[in-house]
Design a protein around this ligand. Structure first.
Ligand SMILES: Cc1cc2nc3c(=O)[nH]c(=O)nc-3n(C[C@H](O)[C@H](O)[C@H](O)COP(=O)(O)OP(=O)(O)OC[C@H]3O[C@@H](n4cnc5c(N)ncnc54)[C@H](O)[C@@H]3O)c2cc1C
Length: 815
């Protein structure tokens, strides 16, 4: 064996498809001083036993783009390296066997069109022509994506490894990484069985070993191994080599051709977690025992679809462990807990499909310190407190696995691992009819059922208007006409404190936060491309202290962003104080009257101006009140020490009675904010969108001569103009908008909806989406076109506008 180098720029741990793809891309980016270390042999972990289907369509545009990149790479890697990969672009079929599934498939086809992929709808007969072996008696339609395909997982990984070597990376097998040397929080070296390699960056692509390995260095990677099985038949008649892959979600199964026979696997509702007490030593090129009893449920389903399987000889029933995650997406990015420690793991049985693109994204992330495009849905920072507990992770992952092929309902909530994080008001609100949703472990009221109307607090899912539609309509009306109280205790809250807090915030925030104590500022935080990394509210509570409030789901991400962007040498500390404060948001035109009845402090318009933060007394509690709104009405967010939550809630509800105050939940917030045009981070805005594209340029301090992160890009864009612009679309109320519907301008595809919902005041369906034009977009361009939306493959007329649909002449500030 060649001797290990003593230094390297980057060390990749793990020689599965993800590690090899990352090495390939890093070397191609010029990082030839990259070393990949594999404990045993390349592919010997999970990769060698994958089935090899390569599908592309996901619900997120950028993940779809990443999978599309894999396909492009697999189309050429064989020629580049001279190694066979078994890659065939034979297309992928997806079946629908009931009306709801057909709607889902049609919506997926529209999503594909939105993201620029071809996906056509077929009749059962047409589908059968592509896949003659199948029985179509229960099929009502199918969708076909011609650019999907299949590959031989080991071969494609070897080709990537060869490509990496050809580009200059070095790969060492039989070299286990035993430790990472960390000094004062900085990575110094990796320690292997055969020596030490000094390095700055470590990229952990250790598959199912990643969680345990990373935990030793304080890094949390929420994945668990699960058993996953597929059957391989002997060759039999009627299986052409060009047979497309087939997904039959109503029968929970998938298929591909393999040497004249079929591979058939699936996602059973009762999956079996593996290695709960740790992965056994020496587990390489190892499979688990075939579990025919457990597989029988899938076999029965498959026999109904492919009757010929009855007589096909079974070559093997492969049972291999694969890393699954609590939300079904993979995990990529730099760990928030340890600088320069990157992760690419947890591929939920689509690591071959994602391998090419994930390696590209990870390599760029390592080289540039940021991903090539927004990868929030796969970002390691999307996790939080509950994900530290492996049992919780496993429980939620079992659910996610079991739902792999079940209908992905709009607004669907997880069932498992709940309740987990509870506001002090949880039981009170539950007793009042709250139907809870969950985010980052937090239970949050989505809506309130009225028992007197025969409503029960349980979602009934469908692709039409769901059972909570009327209840949310009532809450929405109360917010517009009287007042509502939201329990928003789950908001992430940080304190930044220290002599340099103001200087640090001035650098990190795009808006001017150097305002007098008592000011409340809505701001974005931008990356160097001018993209929106965070969207939050900042209260200046002392000359050297800021109170920062952001969305529940962004706790880890935003904390990480702020902390890592505090300029070196500045003296200020960031604390996560989420758990110390409960939040009650009192919103609506009657909010002032209600607040005035419970406090002696001045809450008049002059005494408590919009965009300010002040401490007021309510029922013996010092309440930090933020005059702010995300629903477009007069209102206050009341932040209070948790032990006061019940007392203050009771006082407000009592005082609110004569004003018509009612409880309300997150689904009405969504309806209200859509009308008012407030943007949601993670859908309408994110790292790929700038304030000028999103209509938020007013919150960027370009007129002031203050340097801030992202300023150069923002300035350049302000001068040059934008190539996409967020607009508001409305349709007939009968059209259900969910997001991802395609936008057509004068018959040309120009984008897709980033949000969709219903506005109960305006009585219309509402969507937001970017209108794109490489030649440039301005308000004139937006407002002069004729627009249609494609919804579940059908075009519907719509109206476009840039101004809010509803505006009670409030200032624009987000909670
Ligand atoms: C039955 C089955 C069917 C599947 N079918 C498909 C499919 O059809 N399509 C698809 O896209 N995906 C499929 N997958 C998923 C796919 O196989 C995985 O997502 C993918 O192989 C994961 O690759 P990886 O590189 O993350 O992990 P691995 O291949 O497990 O690679 C990780 C490597 O890290 C090494 N390692 C661990 N610890 C250390 C250490 N300390 N030092 C050095 N090296 C270390 C391990 O030895 C291992 O080789 C399937 C999986 C299974 C189990």
């Amino acid at each position: 064996m060649t001797e290990l180098p003593s230094t390297a720029k980057a060390v990749i741990i793990g020689g599965g498809i993800i590690g090899c793809s990352t090495a390939y891309h890093l070397a191609k980016l010029g990082w030839t001083d990259t070393v990949l270390l594999e404990r045993k042999k390349l592919t010997s972990g999970t990769t060698f036993h994958a089935a090899g289907l390569v599908g592309q369509l996901r619900s997120n545009a950028n993940i779809t783009q990443l999978l599309g990149y894999s396909v492009d790479l697999y189309n050429k890697i064989e020629e580049e390296t001279g190694l066979g990969t078994g890659w065939k672009m034979n297309g992928g079929l997806r079946l629908a066997c009931n009306e709801e599934r057909w709607t889902e498939v049609k919506r997926q086809a529209t999503t594909a069109h939105s993201f620029g992929l071809e996906m056509e709808l077929l009749t059962p007969k047409e589908a059968q022509e592509l896949w003659p072996l199948m029985d179509i008696s229960d099929v009502i339609g199918a969708a076909f994506m011609p650019t999907d395909g299949q590959a031989n997982p080991s071969d494609i990984t070897q080709a990537l490894a060869k490509g990496a070597r050809m580009a200059g990376a070095r790969i060492f097998e039989d070299t286990k990484v035993t430790d990472i040397e960390i000094e004062n929080g900085k990575i110094r070296a990796v320690i292997t069985e055969h020596g030490r390699i000094e390095c700055e960056k470590v990229i952990c692509c250790a598959g199912q070993w990643t969680r345990t390995f990373a935990k030793r260095f304080g890094v949390n990677v929420p994945l668990v191994p699960m058993e996953h099985q597929y059957m391989v038949t002997e060759p039999f008649e009627g299986v052409p080599s060009g047979l497309p892959t087939l997904r039959d979600p109503d029968r929970l199964t998938y298929y591909k051709e393999e040497v004249g026979g079929l591979v058939m696997g699936g996602y059973e509702p009762n999956p079996i977690p593996w290695a709960k007490d740790g992965i056994p030593q020496g587990f390489h090129y190892t499979l688990l025992d075939s579990n025919f009893d457990h597989f029988e449920q899938l076999m029965e389903q498959a026999l109904g679809r492919v009757p010929a399987l009855e007589h096909a000889g079974i070559k093997t029933l492969t049972n291999g462990p694969e890393s699954f995650t609590p939300d079904g997406n993979f995990i990529i990015g730099e760990a928030p807990e340890l600088r320069n420690f990157y992760v690419g793991a947890g591929f939920n049985a689509f690591g071959i499909a994602a391998g090419g693109g994930a390696g590209m994204a990870l390599a760029e992330w390592v080289k540039n310190g940021e991903p090539p495009f927004d990868l929030w849905s796969a970002d390691i920072r999307r996790f939080g407190r509950p994900h530290f507990d492996t049992d919780w992770v496993r429980t939620r992952t079992v659910e996610a696995y079991g739902k792999h092929y079940t209908m992905a309902w709009p607004h669907e909530e997880h069932d498992s691992g709940r309740p987990c994080r509870k506001s002090p008001l949880y039981d009170t609100l539950k007793s009042q009819g709250a139907c809870f949703g969950e985010k980052l472990g937090w239970e949050r009221p989505n809506w309130f059922a009225d028992a007197a109307r025969g409503e029960t607090p349980k979602d009934v899912y469908s692709f039409g208007r769901q059972n909570w539609f009327d209840a949310v309509g009532r809450e929405h009306k109360a917010a517009r006409e009287a007042a509502v109280l939201y329990d928003q205790t789950s908001f992430a809250k940080f304190a930044l404190k220290g002599p340099d807090a103001q200087a640090a915030m001035n650098w990190i925030c795009a808006n001017d936060v150097n305002k007098p104590v008592g000011s409340l500022i809505y701001t974005q935080m931008l990356n160097d491309k001018g993209g929106i990394e965070c969207d939050l509210t900042v209260g200046r509570v002392a000359h050297d202290e800021f109170y920062i409030v952001t969305g529940t789901g962004y706790a880890t991400h935003d904390f990480d962003w702020i902390r890592r962007n505090i300029p070196d040498g500045m003296n200020c500390q960031l604390f996560d104080i989420t758990s110390s404060n409960a939040v009650l948001s009192l919103m609506g035109p009657k909010a002032r009257g209600i607040l005035a009845a419970v406090t002696r402090d001045d809450v008049s318009n002059d005494g408590f101006k919009f965009g300010t933060i002040s401490t007021i007394g309510i029922a013996g509690c010092p309440v930090q009140a933020l005059r702010v709104t995300y629903v477009g009405e007069l209102g206050w967010e009341l932040h209070l020490p948790v032990e006061y939550a019940q007392t203050v809630y009771a006082a407000l509800m009592e005082a609110g009675k004569p004003h018509g105050l009612v409880n309300a939940g997150y689904r009405s917030i969504e309806s209200l904010r859509l009308e008012k045009g407030y943007r949601a981070w993670g859908s309408d805005i994110g790292p790929d969108h700038t304030p000028f594209e999103a209509g938020l340029g007013w919150a960027v301090k370009l007129r002031k001569d203050i340097p801030f992160k992202g300023r150069a890009a923002a300035e350049a864009q302000k001068a040059d103009g934008v190539k996409k612009m967020l607009a508001c679309f409305t349709t007939d109320p009968g059209v259900v908008l969910l997001g991802r519907e395609t936008i057509y301008r004068n018959g040309e595809r120009v984008g897709w909806l980033t949000s969709g919902g219903y506005g109960h005041t305006v009585g219309k369906s509402i969507g937001y989406g970017y209108i794109r034009n490489p030649e440039g977009v301005d308000a004139d361009y937006v407002l002069t076109g004729d627009y249609e939306l494609e919804v579940a493959t059908e075009r519907v007329p719509c109206k476009v506008q840039l101004s809010p649909l509803y505006d009670p002449s409030m200032s624009r500030v987000k909670a």
